[in-house]
Ligand binder design. Structure first.
Ligand code: ATP
Length: 357
């Protein structure tokens, strides 16, 4: 493989016309970000947040209205897609229907005027990598969805691009195959050491596959971080809510000491983590992941059980704390007492596992 390349977006914007209102709007607005060479980075966010537009601008299928894109340090806005050192794997596979597997993978090399011998060697190597060797002469309509996606991946990889782009590549596969394919894509990316930028709206896909996740909302980057950083240190309510489940309790910030804060919730004083930069006097939200809390006979905050359901792996509770609803997933509850609807209990949590925003 050739040199792997990093990508930089500098103040990138894309303006579209809303077909309904006829008004211009920012599909992507003033986005600046760096993607390190050799890393697997996912663009994640709700439908319409600008993920695909961002990816397509990197590929050259769309051009930014503002800003500059760099690939391996080189400004590439003026380059057409085929002149960019990128290759894209599409959701729809986009395979050539009247070609067999070999010819589909070889196609991009043929138009680059590479010798027959080299084409054969490179195609066979890549088909082996994606575990499709032995299937060279199959027509693409004789392949399963997963196999078609492997061919699509091989076709991109065989070009040895500096950056590999994925546009929701697994969304046409059934749930089980999606899980196994994502593990394979990650393995292949690590083996080849290529830079990968991957668009998805599936958070578990993003969590499991990425070195870093870029969370987008309404055309802007909300947060960039490793899956752990995004989950444990979300910097906004949007991110906390979008990744995993989160409960929010109204809190008042009493005092702040570095990344710790004393807060008041439901008339109780608590010390918690402060990642969001809250200041004394602020109204904030105490964020509690459902798995970070349990019900107990003693604890931080009084709670009334509204719902108590056995789910096998966990006991699911909905409780009320000072008029606010909290969800709890009590994993492996065999060693704890089960609380029934109507009972009074306490919400117990490790203060290090909760934080304010
Ligand atoms: P999804 O997960 O649904 O694919 P996304 O985050 O990839 O969403 P984009 O496809 O980047 O979102 O679209 C961002 C916004 O731009 C959306 O509001 C979309 O409707 C709009 N949009 C995309 N392409 C065009 C276009 N060619 N003309 C006008 N508006 C567009």
């Amino acid at each position: 493989m050739k040199e792997k390349k990093g990508v930089r977006l500098e103040h990138i914007s894309k303006i579209y016309k809303d077909p309904k209102t006829g008004k211009d709007f920012y599909a992507v607005q003033d986005t600046t970000l760096d993607i390190e060479a050799g890393t697997f980075v996912t663009l994640l966010g709700p439908s319409g947040c600008g993920k695909t537009t961002t990816l397509r601008m990197i590929a050259g299928f769309e051009s930014p209205d503002e800003g500059e894109i760099y690939l391996g340090g080189e400004a590439i806005n003026h380059l057409t897609p085929n002149k960019r050192d990128t290759a894209m794997v599409f959701q729809s596979y986009a395979l050539l229907p009247h070609y067999n597997v070999f010819d589909n993978v070889a196609y991009g090399l043929k138009i680059r005027k590479i010798s027959k011998e080299e084409i054969r060697e490179r195609v066979m190597n890549i088909l082996k990598l994606v575990e499709m060797d032995g299937m060279e002469s199959r027509m693409t309509n004789q392949l399963s969805g997963g196999q078609q996606q492997r061919v699509a991946l091989a076709r991109a990889l065989v070009l040895e691009p500096g950056v590999l782009l994925f546009d929701e590549p697994l969304s046409n596969l059934d749930a089980k195959l999606r899980v196994s394919m994502r593990t394979e894509i990650r393995k292949i990316q690590q083996k080849v050491g290529i830079t990968a930028i991957y668009v998805t709206h599936d958070q578990s896909e993003a969590m499991s596959i990425s070195d870093k996740i870029i969370i987008m909302s309404k055309g802007k980057v909300e947060q960039i971080g490793t899956p752990r950083e995004i989950y444990y240190h979300p910097n906004s309510r949007f991110v906390a809510d979008f990744i995993g489940e989160a409960n929010f309790l109204d809190a008042r910030v009493l005092s702040v000491d570095g990344d710790k804060a004393r807060i008041q919730v439901a008339g109780k004083d608590l010390q918690v983590n402060n990642f969001g930069g809250a200041r004394a006097g602020d109204t904030a939200a105490l964020v509690i992941r459902p798995e970070a809390a349990v019900l107990a006979d003693k604890g931080h905050l009084e709670a009334t059980v509204m719902l108590s359901t056995f789910m096998g792996a966990y006991q699911y509770y909905q409780v009320q704390v000072d008029g606010m609803e909290i969800q709890i997933t009590d994993y492996n509850p065999v060693n704890r007492r089960i609380y029934e609807v109507g009972e009074k209990a306490f919400l117990d949590f490790d203060s290090r596992g909760v934080y304010i925003l």
